[in-house]
Every structure is written in C-alpha cells, then in structure tokens.
Design a protein around this ligand. Structure first.
Ligand code: C5P
Length: 413
C-alpha cells in the first residue's frame, strides 16, 4: 500500500483559506500533501498553519539556498504524483500560460512532468476577461486539467458570477480521479469481479436496418477501464461502439438488448454490476428475415414494437445469492433529473443511480464531459462537471471505499 502524493501550490487569493480544509481532507484519505506557497498566498494563510496541517515543511523561496540544496524545485515535483494549483489567480494562470519561472511556484510548474490540476479563483470580470480566456485555452492545450470555478457570491460585496474556487471536496474528487482512485489504497478492487454494460443496443428491423440511440459508450468504457486499473477482474458487455476495447478488460461485443442480457447473466456471479448501457426500451416485434422492400404506391410499413427485457432490473431483483453485492444503474434524463433518478432507484431495485441530464444543449450524449448526481439510499450528491474519465475514476474510488466498508457513499444534501 503506497500513499499518493500531491504537491499543492497555494496561490494568492482569499480562497487560499479553503486550502487548509483541502489539505486536511486529503490527508484523511491517505494522500500526502506537500505545499508550496507564493508570496501573495502568505497574505491570506500563514505558512505555520499550512505546515501544521500538511505535517511537512512549507516551501516558499526559489532562492533559499538551504532548501535548494536540500530539495530543489525539480525534486519537489519529481516526488509528487500530481501537482495541484489552488487557488490559481488570474496572474498565476497568466504566468503559467506564458511559461514564467521567476519564483518557486512557477519554477516548479515549468519543471514538472507530472499531471497538473488547477482550481482557478478570481473576480468574475477577471475570469471572463479575454486575456484569461486566452490563457485558459493555452493551458488546456498544454494538457492542464481544471476544476471549477463555481458561480456564486464573491468575497467582494455585491459581486456574483463565475469565479469562486471549487470546494475542497470537489478539488479532492478531481485530484483523486487523476490519481486513479483513492490515495489510500492503490488497487481497491483487487480480487473483485465487476460486470459493466456500455454503449447503445441495436435492435434489428430487417437484415440491414436497426433501431439505435446516440450513446457513444464513452462513460461505460471509462468505468470498465478504471475498474481494471483498480485491480478488478472486469467483464465489459458492450453494444456497438466506435471505441477501442479498454486495456485489461474482457470485452463481450453484443448487438441487441436480449444478447446483452444473456451475456451479462453468463458473466455472473460478480461482486459489482454497473449498468451504463443505453439499452433500447423496445424492439421490433418480428424482425423481417429479408430486407423490407419499398414497393411503389403501397403504404409505408408499420413497425410493431415490444418491450425489451430490463437488464438492470432483472439483475437487481434477482435472488439474493445470485445478486451482485452492489448494483449500480444510470439514469439519463432530460428533466427533474434527481427526482426521476430517486424513483428509478426504487423501481429498478438497484443500490446506486448515477444520474445525468442529457438534454441536447448539455452536449453530454456523445461528448467527453459529464455532470452527474450520485443517488443512494443516503441521499443525492451532485458532482462538478468533469471528464467522463474523471467521473469513472471517482465512481470507482467510491465503490472501492464502499467495498472496503468505509464511510457511506453519498451525504444527503
Ligand atoms: O429505464 P431507463 O432506461 O431510464 O433506466 C436506465 C438504466 O437501466 C441504465 O442503467 C440502463 O443501463 C438500464 N437498463 C437496462 N435494460 C433496459 C433499460 C435500461 O439495463 N432494457
């Protein structure tokens, strides 16, 4: 069991106080945190409190010869698994985008080859300024990851809008996802068998036509990949998608909902089952064996539909000794997302529901980003917008903690 290490660069801004909570929460989760503070950060939090909470020295000065000899900015980043910048002011973002290295924080950021997660915090006008937009685009192009900012009241009276730093739990969730799961246990699902469904299903009309939907399979595939990285033995039952098979996962390719159900059943018993596929609710009652011909002057054919088996429900409601210990469903909704997901938790008999709003304007269906709510018997928790990989990493980290019998998965809000 090794501990993951975060190098936390604390920038100048009123939100710096939230870093104390971030350090505390990260250490509770077994993640070691070493801190670098910019000169401006020292105006908002004291190095003494940062040192006490991180249980380590705080690094502040590029030209402190003792520190340079002992540790150096190259070593600071080499010894971390992830660099987190919080809060990142407009000035710090500009320096990062411009490749400046005139203090310890920027020198570390220039010298690092580790993934970088940035939590911006600034006045809404500064956040929306074209210079900040340019710097963000440059940094995204460099592969820097972002969490937040959130919208809301600012510290300055009467100011509101986007620019509030993400909350410590949101930063930690994004950091853990980038670290590949919880910091405490490297392979939290070692020895567990996980079945995942992903992608759409194709319901044949005749030998050349089918009914389908817009699911890309990105989220389900990312979950299967994250479960495999967490040490699980993973079977991914996938409908037709244009994605490569994830590494380290046994992939079963299927077309229709009925095939998917058969192959899921064949993959059981499992400890955990995650149903991320967008299974077609209906299929054509009788599939034509020959291509249906368009005969001039005759009426268009009518398709009679019958309901497909509900894979999630049938597995979630299977007899206790056959049922996976943790059954997770997805709910793609276009309105009243949490309310509908709560009802689905009951009707399907599953333990958790990952719900998202797939209205066309969200760009979630087929896109790379997702914004989800985790609904359990304990309540509903809304996660910030993240990449589908990050959602997968966080979900697997949650499952790891649940399996290990740690704290409940979601706090009621
Ligand atoms: O009922 P609805 O389609 O909204 O439920 C979504 C959840 O149920 C998803 O987890 C999906 O994978 C699962 N499902 C299923 N079989 C079906 C329909 C949905 O497993 N026929």
């Amino acid at each position: 069991m090794t501990h993951k290490r975060i190098l936390l660069i604390i920038g100048g801004g009123i939100a710096a106080y939230k870093c104390l909570e971030l350090i505390r929460r990260a250490r509770e989760r077994g993640i070691a945190v070493r801190c670098v503070m910019t000169t401006a950060a020292g105006q908002f939090v004291t190095p003494l409190s940062v040192a006490a909470l991180s249980n380590d020295r705080v690094f502040r000065d590029l030209f402190d010869l003792n520190e340079e000899r002992e540790i150096g900015h190259i070593r600071l980043s080499r010894e971390a698994d992830l660099v987190v910048v919080a809060p990142a002011s407009a000035d710090l973002l500009a320096k990062m985008a411009g490749g400046h290295a005139d203090d310890l924080a920027t020198a570390v950021l220039m010298a690092t080859d580790k993934p970088v997660l940035v939590a911006p915090a600034m006045n809404p006008r500064m956040w929306q300024h074209p210079a900040t937009r340019r710097n963000l685009a440059l940094l995204r192009g460099d592969g820097v990851h972002f969490v937040g900012p959130n919208s809301g009241e600012m510290a300055e009276r009467g100011e509101a809008g986007p620019g509030r730093m993400a909350e410590p739990h949101e930063i930690l969730a994004a950091a853990e996802a980038m670290l590949g799961g919880s910091g405490l246990v490297e392979r939290p699902l070692a020895g567990k068998r996980v079945v995942v469904t992903s992608g759409p299903t194709h319901e044949p009309i005749d030998p050349v036509r089918y009914i389908a939907n817009r699911s890309s399979g990105k989220q389900g595939h990312a979950i299967a990949a994250a479960a495999a990285r967490a040490g699980a033995d993973v079977v991914l039952v996938s409908g037709p998608v244009g994605l490569p098979d994830p590494a380290g996962v046994a992939v079963v390719h299927v077309e229709s909902a009925r095939d998917m159900l058969d192959r899921v059943k064949a993959a059981l018993p499992a400890d955990i089952a995650i149903f991320a596929a967008a299974v077609a609710d209906w299929r054509v009652a009788s599939e034509a064996t020959e291509k249906i011909k368009k005969a001039g002057g005759t009426a268009a054919p009518t398709l009679e539909l019958v309901e497909n088996p509900d894979i999630l429900r049938s597995i979630a409601k299977s007899p206790r000794k056959e049922r996976p210990g943790l059954v997770i469903g997805f709910a793609a909704e276009t309105q009243n997302v949490i309310e509908h997901a709560r009802a689905k938790l009951q009707s399907k008999g599953c333990d958790w529901i990952v719900a998202n709003d797939v209205s066309p304007q969200t760009g979630i269906m087929g896109g790379d980003m997702n914004r989800v709510h985790l609904i359990t018997a304990a309540g509903a928790e809304s996660w910030p917008q993240m990449s589908k990989e990050a959602v997968a990493g966080e979900l697997i980290a949650r499952i790891g903690r649940q399996v290990a019998g740690q704290r409940p998965p979601a706090r009621a809000k």
